[in-house]
Design a binder for this molecule. Sequence first.
Ligand code: F3S
Length: 391
Amino acid sequence: MELTPEEKGMLRGEAGFAVKKSMEILAALGEIYSAQRLLVVSSVQIAGVSYDNLGDAGLEFLDEMARDGKVRALTTLNPAGMDVENWEALGISPEFAEKQKQVIEAFARMGVVTTCTCTPYFVGNIPRYGQHIAWAESSAVCFANSVIGARTNREGGPSALAAALTGRTPAYGLHLERNRRAVRGVDVDTELRDETEFGALGHVTGRRIGSEIPLFRGVENPDVDSLKGLSASIATYGGTAMFHMEGVTPDPVEAPGGSIRITREEIEEACREMNDDTEIDFVSIGCPHASLEELQRITRCLEGRKVVMETWIHVARPLKKTADMMGYTEIIEASGARIACDTCMVVAPLKGRFRGLATNSAKSVYYGRAKNQFKAAFKTLEGCLKIATGE
Ligand code: F3S
């Protein structure tokens, strides 16, 4: 990989220990993927923030990097293992909370904006079309590449941190125009009626074409929340980091590898597959983290009602502050539901606490089953909240 004189200096340690270590990580990655050079990144999003995933070894690594590391690009965090202000109410142990706080403090010392969310594009970490960025959370990566048209690979925790501390990422994968073209046309032969059907579209597409980049045709006027849910679902079930959608996403649209057709029966079958026959004792909404519009829908559903089971709404803390200002938080919390900022049901340590999960997120269904052994009910936001209120 060709490095500039400044980058060579970084690699020799002239900008300190953390930058040297970061350049070593990026140089190794560049070598593996045959990158010709490094690109300057304008934005970073770091995943692997939950102490549940990091453990003590991860915390030690962060402490070491925080000795002299300072970010060189706007950087935010993916959800952590708890609501950093309200962890006790969510049943998190003091031991876990102490470790999680140490993780977040290490990031703060490096100049990371410690907003912990998988929807950084809702809270100020938003690139423009064509910008090179280094994001890590799979749904956010897919949304950034597809809907915004920014350029990012799906970074791991260490490579995203390395990008933040150097302001660089190796030029390979989805940073190169030739790798961003659609491979397969996907003709959607049915109207998608709600967010569960967008989740189901990601499920079916992922199962049928894996990580090939699809070009969706026939999807009429989807809203941002539907695209957010589709980004999460297709990344989960297919592993792809971007899609194109005719008339919706900004990059050129062509699909040289032939087409597949997705029918109403397949969408309904995928919805059925994501619904287990089970008792529900936990409702979780906000995967990816809820938008302002979703918070409004939740408020309308819960006004004057009481939930009869544990109900968590996941949202980025800056959006919760808007919800506070608008009186939504008061209405939601008066129902007994909890707004859980900074975290989500997948990265929080929840194994064994619940048995049946109701969610409007296809991604939550997958990880709820795989990570926490929950059974699932996959319903619209309104459907989930009807279950929550026992209607
Ligand atoms: Fe976000 Fe957690 Fe879902 S990180 S995309 S809310 S699994």
